[in-house]
Ligand binder design. Structure first.
Ligand code: FE2
Ligand code: FE2
Length: 197
């Protein structure tokens, strides 16, 4: 009945060939990490928050580098859709940097986290509704697959599962600010797209 295959959660093969499936799965991972940060305390919360921040940084950077440029020229009205999404992403980044300076045990942490969660989830819903749907309709399988490859290269910089014992607190601090991670993500994405191009 539907002319489009709509990948379901856990449909891993679709993620290899469809950047939209991959990004939507990351939206789910981001939701789960917000749940985890809210549900934990102490070092567990610090670790969950660190993973959340890394995934958000990598996800938004990949969208800015790979998907938004495509959407701008890919469908009528795409330019405005992308401008609206970028404004939401800027707002979320501001909330995120305010959070980054707080210890997760600080009483101000949770209210700000909830504010970020609201911003991020409204943004994700708007992307899925106004951007991803059109990309699926207007993009051929080759482009969806090459975009997926670039998003995967980005995701490799933000493992969604912890690696026990791999990183001490000092090593975490040495990972540096989110801005540095975003720069590394841009490099990884551009390299992946260049190889395809
Ligand atoms: Fe985004
Ligand atoms: Fe997104």
């Amino acid at each position: 009945m539907s002319e489009l295959h709509t990948p379901q959660a856990g449909d891993d093969r679709a993620e290899d060939t469809d950047a939209v499936s991959l990004l939507m799965r990351q939206h789910g991972d981001i939701r789960n990490l917000f749940d985890l940060v809210e549900a934990t305390t102490g070092d567990e919360r610090r670790e969950a928050f660190r993973r959340l921040v890394r995934l958000l940084a990598v996800h938004e950077t990949a969208e800015e580098e790979v998907v938004h440029p495509f959407a701008r020229r890919g469908f009528p009205g795409g330019e405005q859709v992308v401008e609206d999404r970028l404004a939401e992403e800027r707002a979320a980044k501001e909330t995120l940097s305010a959070l980054e300076d707080l210890d997760p045990e600080d009483p101000a942490f949770l209210p700000r986290l909830l504010e970020l969660r609201k911003d991020v989830q409204e943004h994700a819903r708007a992307e899925e509704r106004y951007e991803f749907t059109h990309i699926r309709r207007s993009t051929d399988v080759t482009d969806l697959a090459s975009m997926a490859k670039a998003v995967k290269a980005a995701e490799a910089l933000a493992p969604t599962h912890p690696h026990p014992g791999a990183e001490s607190g000092a090593a975490n601090a040495a990972l540096g600010p989110v801005a540095a991670l975003m720069d590394r993500t841009k490099d990884a994405v551009r390299k992946a797209m260049g190889k395809d191009g």
